[in-house]
Design a protein around this ligand. Structure first.
Ligand SMILES: *Cc1c(COP(=O)(O)O)cnc(C)c1O
Length: 371
């Protein structure tokens, strides 16, 4: 074949920048001119805007999504001797946020159709030491909150929503991911649906007491200079990153809408391909990732790469298969998570995704299944 086709990456951050360049450059420039790099004006402005967008009372910027989770558990007083139940299939940071607070992650298997934590498996994992649940809105799908709220009520548990992949996702009642549990944790890692130009994160809550605690903990345990109430962290959202996010936030819903349309087109394009099955996604998903199950993943990956299409795996290992967390459970303990880790394959998705990607993926994957 001599046709030259441009490569399509798994995620393209430059395309979005090009569409925002003028306002973005001006916003970053303003922070440099003002020189208020730490907890400057743009931070407070973004926190208010993001809280308003989500329909929560408080949003507190911090340095990363990992720190957002860490701060959430610290603020709730969940620490050494306490257990937090989380899904066996997620990014490692969910477990790290729990561990950094000194608590113990306890894994629950996932629903094989969506990849989301299974409430029945979760209830089975509750012990006398369980203090909190940490459901993850995986791949952009907001996990239905009613089962978690019921479980939390029944056993007296806190809920920390890991919303790092779900900015703007909603449930059947129109509530936003990160606005329903006691605390929501967001990441603004550049590749997320709402991404900074570096690391960043945010903690959300409706509880003014928790908000005060988080404000303290993220700033060396201090509100008043040199008065340190707690052994806190240095974990602020940089003013430059807040300015970047402030420019992007007004576009989040339309970007998410584009992702929905892309996901729908992938579903159509890939429906008839043997050995490929798109993951069922929950309504209201913002499609942070577009994930299919593949029966021949290595071959499918190779074919996509040869066709110039970026493919990813989210994630190749369940949490208890990682060296850092092997002590949590033996192999085979969470068959659905492990099975998903073996089969999952992510195709490129971002708002500016070029239209030809659906056909190119279909052709690459169909050829591979036939051969
Ligand atoms: C990205 C991510 C995080 C961590 O966010 P960072 O900002 O990279 O620390 C946590 N949980 C999930 C599910 C994520 O995808």
């Amino acid at each position: 074949m001599s046709t030259v086709t441009p490569p399509i990456p798994l995620v393209d951050l430059q395309a979005q920048y090009r569409s925002l360049q003028e306002s973005m450059d001006a916003a970053i420039h303003q922070v440099v001119v003002d020189g208020d790099f730490i907890l400057g004006k743009a931070v407070g402005r973004f926190e208010a805007d993001f809280a308003h967008y989500l329909g929560v009372r408080h949003a507190l910027g911090c340095a990363s999504g990992t720190d957002a989770l860490h701060l959430a558990f610290r603020a709730l007083g969940v620490g050494p001797g306490d257990e937090v139940i989380m899904p066996a299939m997620t990014f490692v940071a969910t477990a790290l946020g729990i561990s950094l607070a000194g608590a113990t992650p306890v894994l629950a298997d996932v629903d094989p159709t969506t990849g989301l934590m299974d409430p029945e498996q979760t209830e089975r994992a509750v012990t006398g030491r369980t203090r909190a649940l940490c459901p993850v809105h995986l791949y952009g799908q907001m996990t239905p909150m009613e089962p978690w709220l019921a479980l939390a009520r029944r056993h007296g548990l806190f809920i920390v929503e890991d919303a790092a992949q779900a900015h703007g996702a909603t449930d059947a009642l129109g509530r936003h991911a990160g606005s329903v549990g006691d605390i929501g944790a967001f990441s603004f890692y550049p590749g997320k649906n709402l991404g900074a130009y570096g690391d960043g994160g945010c903690v959300t809550t409706n509880d003014p007491g928790l908000a005060d605690k988080i404000r303290l903990l993220r700033n060396w345990g201090s509100i008043k200079k040199y008065h340190h109430e707690e052994m806190g962290l240095n974990s602020r959202l940089d003013t430059i990153q807040a300015a970047v996010l402030g420019v992007k936030l007004p576009f989040l819903d339309s970007w998410n809408q584009s992702r929905r349309l892309h996901a729908w087109k992938y579903d159509q394009a890939l429906a008839a391909i043997p050995g490929i099955r798109p993951l069922t996604t929950i309504h209201g998903s913002v499609h942070h990732l577009y994930v299919v199950r593949s029966q021949k993943r290595e071959e499918h990956c190779r074919r996509l790469n040869t066709a110039g299409i970026g493919a990813g795996i989210h994630y190749p290992f369940a949490i208890h298969e990682l060296a850092a967390y092997r002590h949590l459970a033996p192999p085979g303990a969470f068959p659905h998570a492990e099975n998903l880790a073996r089969q999952c394959l992510s195709l490129p998705i971002y708002a500016e995704l070029p239209e030809e990607v659906f056909d190119r993926c279909r052709q690459a994957l169909a050829a591979s299944s036939a051969g």
